[in-house]
Ligand binder design. Structure first.
Ligand code: 13P
Length: 249
C-alpha cells in the first residue's frame, strides 16, 4: 500500500514560518520525480494558515488538511469550524480525535464518531486517532482500549477512501519515546484484524503510526507490517526532518 506521511503542526508556527516551511516542502516535492507514486504527503497546519498553505501547495502533490472539525453542520457554535468550511478552502483530510483533543477538550468516542460523520458528509477523509495511555499499557489494558476506541469512534459503512486510522500511543507523543517495533507490530496487527472484521475493504484502510517518529527511527517503523505511514508532530515542523521521513517512506 502507498504510504501516507502526514504532518500535524499542532498549535505551532507563525505566518512567516508556515509559509517558509510550505515553500520548502513544495520545492522538495517538485524536485523528487514521481514521489507521489510512492508516497502521499499531507500537511495539517493550524486553521489560520490552511488557506495560505493550500495556495502554496496548489500545483504540487502535497495535500492539505485540518486538525479538527465541528460535528455541527453550521449555526450558532462560536469558535467552531465546520467540515464544509474545510472542504470549501480545499482541505482533503481532517484529523479527528487526537489524544490532545480527547485529553484537553473532553472529546469522547461518541463526539469523535459524530465528527467523522460530519467529515464524511463533506467528502473529507478522516484520520481518526486512537491510542492508550501509559497507565493503561502498564495495566495491560492497551488492547482492550484500542478495540473499544475503534468500535465506538468509527461509524459503520466507512471504507478505505474516507477513513485512515492513526495509532498513537499517548505516552509516545512528544516524549521522544517510541513504541518498540514489536509493540507497533502487535498493535497494528490487532487494528488490521478489527478493521477486516468490520469493513469489507478493511485490509486497504491505512493505519498510520504516530508518536516521536523522527528521521532516525522512521525507516524501521515504516517497514513494519501494517504500518502504512506516519502522523508526525515535532519532526514535521522542520523541512529537513520531514523530508527525510518522506524519503524513508
Ligand atoms: P510527535 O511526533 O511530536 O511525538 O507527535 C505525534 C503526534 O501527536 C502526531 O499527531
Amino acid at each position: 500500500m502507498k504510504k501516507l506521511i502526514a504532518g500535524n503542526w499542532k498549535m505551532n508556527m507563525n505566518r512567516e514560518d508556515a509559509i517558509k516551511l510550505a515553500f520548502s516542502l513544495v520545492s522538495f516535492a517538485s524536485e523528487s520525480p514521481k514521489i507521489d507514486d510512492k508516497c502521499d504527503i499531507l500537511l495539517c497546519p493550524p486553521f489560520t494558515y490552511i488557506s495560505q498553505v493550500k495556495e502554496i501547495c496548489k500545483d504540487s502533490v502535497i495535500s492539505v488538511g485540518a486538525q479538527d472539525c465541528s460535528f455541527h453542520e453550521n449555526g450558532a457554535y462560536t469558535g467552531e469550524i465546520s467540515a464544509n468550511m474545510l472542504y470549501d478552502i480545499g482541505c482533503n483530510y481532517v484529523i479527528i480525535g487526537h489524544s490532545e483533543r480527547r485529553q484537553y477538550h473532553g472529546e469522547t468516542d461518541d463526539i469523535v464518531l459524530n465528527k467523522v460523520c460530519a467529515a464524511r458528509q463533506e467528502g473529507l477523509i478522516s484520520i481518526v486517532c486512537i491510542g492508550e495511555t501509559k497507565e493503561e499499557r502498564d495495566k495491560k489494558k492497551h488492547e482492550d482500549i484500542i478495540i473499544s476506541q475503534l468500535a465506538a469512534s468509527i461509524p459503520d459503512g466507512m471504507n478505505s477512501q474516507n477513513i485512515v486510522i492513526a495509532y498513537e500511543p499517548v505516552w509516545a507523543i512528544g516524549t521522544g519515546k517510541t513504541a518498540s517495533p514489536d509493540d507497533v507490530f502487535d498493535m497494528h496487527k490487532l487494528i488490521r484484524s478489527e478493521l477486516k472484521s468490520r469493513f469489507s475493504d478493511g485490509s486497504d484502510i491505512r493505519i498510520l503510526y504516530g508518536g516521536s517518529m523522527k528521521p532516525d527511527n522512521a525507516k524501521q517503523l515504516l517497514s513494519i507490517e501494517n504500518v502504512d505511514g506516519g502522523l508526525i508532530g515535532g519532526a514535521s515542523l522542520k523541512a529537513d526532518q520531514f523530508t527525510s521521513i518522506i524519503q524513508k517512506a
